[in-house]
Design a protein around this ligand. Structure first.
Ligand code: ADP
Ligand code: ADP
Length: 218
């Protein structure tokens, strides 16, 4: 469960996030919908302790990110594919992450299998397509077997097969009882992916409802 309470972030004169309050519940995909610049990434970064709120709080299973004892065992985040080191293999990326976060080495081959990268695990990530890089990012988010998962525009730029694959993967994670928050600027994409919708514009909450309610009222 993610609880966002009165969350705000101001950059100079810009109110990037403006007094947002919503919950993200386990067992379903929650879509975080809004146009580019609406404040989705900033909100996710505050949930993950990467940006400091100007006001308000964001809790993951009742605690701020900074108070989680083993964060990667609680929350996984796929923010963008830019973190990939081109000269390292897929397996090396995950081994490094596992080692630096006290996660078991055995988990590396498990997550490679989960995302379908076993056969290319020894290849340099620099040669990966965007779709493969996203799978590697997904493997990284799954290393700690977290109950809470955040995905920031995960299907941007992917080919249709990659989009469907990521979408089904996120739905499976939710069906396992995990808490899944996924952002997008496209209602059409969210309508196919999510059950619940949190809609924002200019940093403010516009709707917090089911996808079917939102679509029938729009
Ligand atoms: P979204 O993810 O919905 O596209 P963002 O959270 O990236 O929106 O951005 C929300 C607003 O905050 C935008 O106006 C953006 O330009 C601004 N913003 C985001 N990060 C920064 C930053 N580090 N410095 C200044 N402005 C920022
Ligand atoms: P690097 O030092 O290589 O830049 P990062 O700290 O950016 O590594 O993290 C690498 C990857 O780890 C991210 O792209 C994301 O997939 C995952 N990650 C980042 N933050 C978190 C988090 N809070 N919880 C789980 N996984 C995370």
């Amino acid at each position: 469960m993610i609880e966002v309470r009165g969350l705000s972030k101001t950059f100079g004169a810009t109110k990037a996030v403006d007094n947002l309050t919503f919950n993200v519940k386990p067992g379903m995909v929650t879509g975080f919908l809004g146009p580019n610049g609406a404040g989705k990434s900033t909100t996710m970064r505050m949930i993950l302790g990467l940006d400091r709120p100007t006001a308000g709080t964001a809790l993951i299973d009742g605690k701020p990110y900074g108070d989680l004892v083993q964060p990667l065992r609680t929350v996984g985040a796929l923010l963008d594919a830019k973190w990939v080191h081109p000269n390292r293999s897929a397996r090396a990326h995950l081994q490094w992450m596992a080692a630096s976060n006290s996660l078991p080495k055995s988990r590396v081959d498990e997550v490679l299998h989960l995302v379908g990268l076993t056969e290319v695990a020894g290849k340099k990530a620099g040669g990966f397509s965007l779709g493969m890089s996203q799978r590697l990012g997904l493997a990284a988010t799954l290393l700690g077997d977290p109950k809470v998962l955040l995905f920031d525009e995960p299907v941007n730029g992917l080919d249709p097969e990659g989009i469907v694959w990521i979408r089904k993967f996120m739905q499976r994670l939710a069906a396992e009882g995990r808490t899944v928050l996924v952002s997008s600027h496209l209602l059409s994409e969210m309508a196919l992916t999510a059950e619940h919708l949190v809609v924002i514009g200019r940093g403010r909450l516009i709707a917090d409802t089911t996808v079917s309610e939102f679509v029938s009222k729009s």
